[in-house]
Design a protein around this ligand. Structure first.
Ligand SMILES: [Fe+2]
Ligand SMILES: [Fe+2]
Length: 233
């Protein structure tokens, strides 16, 4: 077993050892849009002790190997299977969950907006920006770019490749934009720490927002670091 070191790219670490995603999320280390950076650089950006994170990753990775635990190795998926998997899990989740979270963010604004006007207006606005961005993004992937990638993989023609690479670049920019809104949401909500005087709906809303953030990170990781990476290199 090869241990990871600080020069490994964070996206590669998660591709090889998917549970590392949870460790990086806990340290607030970006492994999806910023998956191309080394662990050293990524940790530095968050003022995190790189050796501490590395030791945790390697310790858990070692235990994981010892358990011989089976896990889904997405790097081995064919292009078609990976795309289908992304659509059937992450896209499906977002299509279902986004309208629900619109209702939740609206409900807490109505119920607690008088006590926390600035915070809840910002949460609502940022969330709706995120939803708008993601809806257009998911449609573009499902209707245009994913079919283009499948066509290229089947036919391998150069013209399709150029179109595909251009679209991939713009999708990656959109990932970055969504990631920035998520960062902003974390900032205004103080890492989703809710005020003490709130109701269950408020707690649920923050919990759901956090879950959505996690799902988006895993989703972007599969696209940027595994799927798109195959054609860009
Ligand atoms: Fe996607
Ligand atoms: Fe995407």
């Amino acid at each position: 077993m090869r241990k990871f070191d600080i020069n490994d790219k964070v996206g590669d670490i998660v591709s090889i050892y998917p549970e590392a995603a949870e460790i990086f999320i806990a340290y607030n280390i970006d492994f999806c849009c910023g998956g191309n950076r080394t662990l050293e650089v990524a940790a530095q950006e968050k003022d995190v002790d790189v050796i501490e994170v590395l030791e945790e990753v390697n310790k858990k990775y070692e235990a994981f190997i010892e358990r011989k635990q089976s896990y889904e190795d997405y790097t081995k998926y064919s292009c078609k299977d990976l795309i289908d998997y992304i659509i059937n899990t992450h896209h499906k989740y977002l299509w279902e969950e986004m309208p629900i979270l619109s209702k939740f963010t609206q409900r807490i604004l109505a119920a607690h907006g008088d006590k926390h006007p600035e915070l809840l207006t910002k949460v609502k606005t940022l969330y709706e920006d995120l939803r708008k961005e993601l809806e257009a993004h998911l449609r573009k992937e499902e209707d245009i770019v994913f079919p283009l990638i499948k066509t290229y993989v089947e036919a391998k023609d150069g013209k399709a490749k150029n179109d595909m690479l251009k679209e991939i670049r713009s999708l990656k920019d959109e990932h970055e934009a969504a990631g920035n809104i998520l960062k902003e949401l974390r900032k205004v909500t103080n890492d989703y720490e809710f005020p003490s005087d709130v109701c269950t709906t408020f707690v649920m809303t923050y919990k759901k927002l956090k879950e959505m953030e996690r799902d988006i990170f895993l989703h972007i990781h599969l696209e940027n670091n595994i799927l798109f990476n195959r054609y860009e290199e």
